[in-house]
Design a protein around this ligand. Structure first.
Ligand code: HEC
Ligand code: HEC
Ligand code: HEC
Ligand code: HEC
Ligand code: HEC
Length: 231
């Protein structure tokens, strides 16, 4: 190994050293250009790994992820605005993005180790993975959702009645998007109890004396046409 040879290294250093001392301006420019090139390469690699194509190069294998996404309204909709994988999973601002990318090296290890090889492996692990995403989104106050959606930009009058009521309550209840909107793009893990979410909301409504009839014209039945979020 040439690099480890101390005599060789010393001679390289002598040359570099002399170069830097003799031509300080050139030395600084060289270091500066080297820095710019490294910086550019780093950001370029950030961008390359921030595409749906890159994500799907691994996640298409889990038949679920990509095919479910293709059926969701975030993939194709009336107005043609798409949210792709990084839009929801990778922060936009540089600092948070770098942190997420470093954390994502964990995915590389799991991928290399082949911790999810089959459909069954994926199903068995899905709840754990989803919980990790929910926890992250709750901690960031659904930051990535808010890149596109904002409560104060919502034309409440154009939303369904129950959406409007819930969004008005979300503020005072201190709840963030992901606490009500699980499973908007992917199917929910089988262990997840969506009804429990609804029950908790109902308990809260009862406590706060929300008018039940604003959603239930007929209190004996759930509101017409309901399924809460569609999958
Ligand atoms: C090299 C293959 C590979 C690539 C490329 C990849 N992933 Fe993953 N990803 C994995 C593996 C494997 C796991 C499961 C990790 C585990 O078992 O903990 C995972 C887990 C996840 C999770 C679950 C929660 C978490 O944080 O662990 C999300 C969300 C995710 N990936 C999104 C993405 C997005 C978005 C991209 C593109 C920016 C992407 N992945 C690119 C292999 C990959
Ligand atoms: C890149 C922009 C973008 C991001 C990021 C995004 N959305 Fe959306 N979302 C949209 C658009 C555009 C629509 C409208 C689709 C349509 O016309 O049906 C939509 C629709 C929705 C709907 C209603 C339709 C449905 O599928 O139920 C909900 C609920 C929703 N988004 C929640 C979220 C949540 C929660 C997040 C964060 C996890 C999020 N969105 C992230 C752009 C985005
Ligand atoms: C307290 C629960 C709750 C919270 C928190 C919440 N939502 Fe909703 N949201 C709902 C309900 C309920 C609906 C109606 C679902 C339906 O009609 O199936 C809804 C509907 C929507 C729709 C579709 C509106 C329409 O009329 O089609 C969008 C988009 C949406 N929410 C985005 C968000 C975003 C973004 C956040 C965070 C800023 C958020 N929601 C926070 C409960 C909530
Ligand atoms: C609109 C936002 C949004 C988009 C777009 C999106 N995801 Fe997700 N993703 C989520 C949320 C929210 C969860 C947490 C589980 C849930 O609620 O379904 C999640 C969960 C996951 C998980 C954990 C396993 C699971 O199903 O819960 C993986 C892996 C993942 N996403 C990868 C991807 C990949 C790859 C893409 C692009 C093909 C993508 N996501 C597109 C919001 C999104
Ligand atoms: C913001 C709209 C909204 C309000 C306000 C509301 N509900 Fe509901 N309620 C729903 C939805 C949506 C469902 C359907 C849930 C499902 O399909 O799991 C439901 C379901 C129910 C059910 C059917 C049983 C069940 O769990 O599926 C009962 C009973 C009920 N609500 C009672 C009440 C009472 C009592 C109040 C007043 C404290 C109330 N609701 C206020 C939206 C609302």
């Amino acid at each position: 190994m040439k690099w480890l040879n101390p005599i060789w290294a010393a001679s390289v250093w002598r040359h570099l050293h002399g170069f830097v001392l003799l031509y300080p301006a050139l030395g600084i420019i060289t270091i500066f250009l080297g820095g710019v090139a490294a910086w550019g390469a780093f950001n370029w690699s950030l961008e390359l790994t921030n595409t749906e194509k890159f994500c799907v190069s691994c996640h298409e294998m889990k038949t679920h992820i990509f095919s479910e996404y293709k059926k969701s309204s975030h993939y194709a909709n009336r107005t043609g605005v798409r949210a792709s994988c990084p839009d929801c999973h990778v922060p936009r601002d540089w600092g948070h993005k770098v942190v997420r990318k470093i954390a994502a090296t964990n995915e590389l290890f799991h991928w290399a180790a082949g911790s999810i090889r089959s459909d069954e492996d994926f199903k068995a692990k899905r709840m754990k993975l989803a919980q990790k995403v929910w926890a992250g989104m709750k901690a960031s106050d659904s930051r990535e959702c808010r890149n596109c959606h904002r409560n104060d930009f919502m034309a409440g009058g154009k939303q369904t009645k129950k959406a409007k009521i819930m969004h008005d309550l979300a503020g005072p209840w201190n709840m963030t998007c992901i606490e009500c909107h699980q499973g908007i793009t992917h199917s929910l893990p089988v262990e997840f109890d969506k009804e429990a979410v609804m029950d908790r909301l109902h308990d809260r409504m009862e406590k706060d004396k929300v008018n039940c009839r604003s959603c239930h014209e007929n209190l004996a039945r759930p509101p017409a046409g309901d399924g809460w979020d569609k999958d």
